[in-house]
Design a binder for this molecule. Structure first.
Ligand code: SF4
Length: 66
């Protein structure tokens, strides 16, 4: 089952943790603007997606089962 990745931009502080843990899925630029590169996360990136969700200090990363 694939996962859906999104970011709650009201909570995001742009610290870049998600992009460091899962660069295939998230990006954060020098200004701290985060983006979701891959909204449908394939099974082989599940572990990275979950790491990003757990690692986000503001709980802004949202991962849901599709
Ligand atoms: S880890 Fe969380 S707070 Fe940091 S850039 Fe990613 S979504 Fe934003």
């Amino acid at each position: 089952m694939a996962l859906k990745a999104s970011i709650d931009w009201d909570k995001c502080e742009g610290n870049g943790v998600c992009a460091r843990v899962a660069p295939e899925i998230f990006s954060v630029d020098e200004q701290g603007n985060s983006d979701v590169l891959m909204e449908e996360v394939p099974e082989n990136l599940r572990a990275k997606a979950m790491l990003a969700m757990r690692g986000c200090p503001t709980n802004a990363v949202i991962i849901t089962e599709m």
